[in-house]
Design a binder for this molecule. Sequence first.
Ligand SMILES: Cc1cc2nc3c(=O)[nH]c(=O)nc-3n(C[C@H](O)[C@H](O)[C@H](O)COP(=O)(O)O)c2cc1C
Length: 131
Amino acid sequence: MLQLLYISSARRNEVIDLDQLLAQAQRNNARDEITGLLYTDGRRFLQALEGPKTAVEDVFLRIIADPRHHALVLLSRRETTRREFGEWSMARRSFQETQDQFGGRIAALCRDADPSIRGTFAGLVDVRDAA
Ligand SMILES: Cc1cc2nc3c(=O)[nH]c(=O)nc-3n(C[C@H](O)[C@H](O)[C@H](O)COP(=O)(O)O)c2cc1C
């Protein structure tokens, strides 16, 4: 099993349709047995992807080539023996949610992840790591 973690930014002046992105990723990832977590505030993206090695490498190549974002930096590449993210999800703060509630939700989604991965998500969302 391969797990990748990267960070990227939306292109300047690019308004990304997150609902469309979510639907596209959900459909493909279910097909490709990819799980993970995509955090976004609409401008920045932090995504963990995990699953069968070839499937993860393939989706990562598609993501790198996607013109909707740029400045992608691979933060971590790990071989894992189990899935640390049970399912695939995208997390963005909803209008009703406070920053603390959002942080709690991210912490719950990262509960079983490696401490360094959990810390990276917590750091970007700017919350204390719940662990
Ligand atoms: C920030 C970001 C995250 C993405 N995450 C995924 C993903 O998890 N899975 C996926 O299949 N596509 C993801 N995409 C979309 C891919 O770049 C690509 O457009 C898509 O896989 C092509 O799918 P299609 O062949 O079904 O059109 C992401 C794109 C962006 C900009």
